[in-house]
Write a protein that binds this ligand. Structure first.
Ligand code: M5T
Ligand code: MG
Length: 577
């Protein structure tokens, strides 16, 4: 998975990666050359009192060091560029992918997990890419080069390498193997903390209103503790790592000095060679340590890469057609034929045998008790979900054959739960039609009965709107959402219970203002209040996901028991009041 993600997203950086490898190679060779130069200074310069030699070799060492430094700097510079660019590209891919998801896929991953995947998980992989190009690529060169150079200095001490390297490798592997299972848990628990936090922040008012703060604090504490525990476990193992490395490193140094000292005594090697051998041993062990340390990050990144790839591999359940049909001329005729719909994971259909036609020039109303399937029915028209049976036609063409952009252009949806974006009133209204003039915005606000309160705000159209529209009242938010859809000037408008937060008088004024619009557009209105829909041209009564009556108010009063029941329940309530 990690490899797949890397392969698919590192392609554009091929040139830079080659440059990094070359630079790291030069830098590593330079740093491998230094101890042997140092040995020469000691053996040929210091030991024989040759100051000229010391100067010339010292100068060469300086030069080699300079080359090493410059190459390292350049390698790290390009490494950082590649890693950060890679991170940006992956985040963009994930974002674009999530943008194509239907409700079904977002629900499957949950928003909290999608956020973690696109932030923390990407960072994990990005860090590994960075470490690979700045540290890891030089480890094998350093290790092999170090062994070769050490053997050149003194083959007699080589058995020390045979002991030290496997001991270090074994000790570190033991620690790493213990660490890996904790990493997956860590990402999952991070998801969990995000989920709890998100839910609580979004629902903070409900939490306060129901005095659930202690319980919610407790819930967060549990999630937080779980994350802490697994992080602590990883942290403890990490903390163990450096002392172990230092122990082995220093013990090997002592061994080199001890056994090497005897060899110097017996004249088998010179002092300079011994110091060089020691330096090489330390370089080799450092390389081994780096490689092992990186191998702790790779499993974690692999877990993250898998989580990212899972998002990238998910195809939206509402797939745009491979060959979209040319859209027929826009009129706004909506037809549902034998429509059946089942929510993912549910056994029974929420809607079945739905047949209806809504034409421009009239208002179609949908009534039914709560949970009857009204919102579900409306969300099938803009393809928020695909039908599981039958078909939905817009202007005679199955909506699954439309280019999605063309389909959505023809539909103005006012969702049951109005949602506004951070910005201003104007930026929200222009959401579906960026070129709308101020006059058009005011006209839409006037129809939506929102002109008065927007005009009263000191900044007017430029009044700020907070995230989700939380700084306006529920009814105001609903009316702004209506105005936003009207600015779009679509041939089909879907109002999902958009009048419920309005008082009866405003409701009536709004419906009157909508009449000129419904004269040339198709308007489908879901409503709870019978008074909202009495004068609709066609009323569809839904009960348990089935159409139990179609007709005008008077026709239904005469022939539909469910409708009569709804009307009576509301009349008595209103009369009583
Ligand atoms: C109709 C079920 C829900 C209800 C039925 C959104 C949603 C709904 N349902 C699911 O199983 N999963 C879901 O994600 O579908 O729901 P609706 O269409 O939202 O009903 P409504 O709009 O008529 O109700 P209301 O309250 O808005 O008037 O049984 O369990
Ligand atoms: Mg609803």
């Amino acid at each position: 998975m990690l490899l797949r993600l890397l392969r698919s997203h590192l392609g554009p950086y091929r040139g830079k990666i080659c440059a990094i490898l070359l630079l790291q190679l030069v830098a590593t060779i330079a740093s491998l050359y230094l101890p042997s130069l140092n040995a020469d200074i000691i053996d040929k310069g210091v030991a024989r009192g040759d100051v000229g030699k010391i100067w010339s070799l010292g100068g060469l060492m300086l030069l080699v060091t300079l080359v090493q430094i410059l190459c390292s700097i350049a390698a790290v510079y390009y490494g950082a560029q590649v890693a950060m660019g890679f991170g940006r590209d992956v985040r963009q891919s994930v974002f674009n992918k999530v943008g194509t998801f239907a409700d079904r896929e977002v629900g499957r991953f949950t928003p909290a997990s999608l956020i973690t995947r696109n932030t923390n998980d990407v960072t994990q992989v990005q860090t590994v890419v960075l470490m690979t190009f700045t540290l890891l690529v030089m480890a094998p060169i350093m290790c092999i080069g170090g062994i070769v150079m050490a053997l050149r200095e003194d083959a007699g001490l080589s058995w020390l390498l045979l002991v030290a390297v496997p001991v270090l490798l074994g000790a570190l592997s033991l620690i790493v193997i213990n660490m890996v299972p904790s990493f997956r848990k860590m990402q999952e628990r991070l998801d969990n903390v995000n989920r709890v936090l998100r839910e609580q922040i979004t629902g903070i008012r409900v939490v306060r209103a129901f005095v659930r703060e202690p319980q919610e604090t407790q819930r967060f504490a549990v999630a937080n503790d779980e994350l802490t525990q697994v992080s602590l476990r990883v942290g403890r193992l990490m903390a163990l790592m450096f002392p172990v490395v230092m122990l082995i490193l220093n013990a090997s140094s002592v061994a080199v000095l001890w056994f090497g000292g005897h060899r110097v005594d017996s004249g088998a090697i010179e002092v300079g060679s011994l110091t060089a051998f020691l330096s090489y041993l330390i370089q080799i062990l450092m390389a081994v340590m780096m490689a092992t340390f990186m191998s702790t990050m790779i499993p974690r990144a692999a877990v993250s890469a898998e989580r990212i790839q899972e998002v990238l591999d998910t195809e939206s359940s509402v797939r745009p057609p491979a060959n979209p049909q040319p859209a027929p001329p826009a009129r706004g005729v909506v037809q549902l034929q034998d429509v059946e719909f089942t929510y993912p994971g549910a056994d029974d259909p929420v809607l079945s045998d739905i047949n209806l036609t809504a034409r421009p020039g009239g208002m179609t109303a949908i009534v039914g008790s709560t949970g009857a399937g009204k919102t579900t029915l409306l969300s099938l028209i803009p393809r928020l979900f695909d039908v599981t049976g039958g078909r939905v036609l817009l202007d005679g063409l199955d909506i699954r054959e439309y280019d999605p952009a063309q389909l959505w252009e023809r539909i103005g949806l006012i969702p049951q739960k109005a949602f506004l974006f951070t910005g201003t009133v104007a930026s929200n209204l222009r959401y579906g039609n960026p070129d709308a003039t101020d006059e058009e915005l005011w006209r839409a606000l006037e129809i939506a009965q929102a002109k008065d309160f927007v005009a009263e705000m000191p900044e007017g159209l430029n009044a700020p709107v907070a995230q989700g529209g939380s700084n306006v009242s529920g009814g105001q938010r609903q009316r702004l959402a209506i105005a936003r859809a009207l600015v779009k000037q679509a041939p089909v408008y879907l109002f999902d219970d958009s009048f419920s937060a309005l008082d009866v008088a405003t409701d009536a004024r709004l419906r009157r203002a909508l009449r000129p619009i419904s004269a040339h557009a198709t308007v489908i209105v879901v409503a709870q209040r019978v008074s909202t829909i009495v004068d609709a041209d066609q009323i569809i009564v839904l009960e348990n996901g089935r159409v139990v009556g179609t007709g005008t108010h008077d026709e239904l009063l005469a022939g539909c028991a469910t409708y009569v029941e709804i009307v009576q329940s509301q009349l008595t309530a209103e009369e009583a009041a």
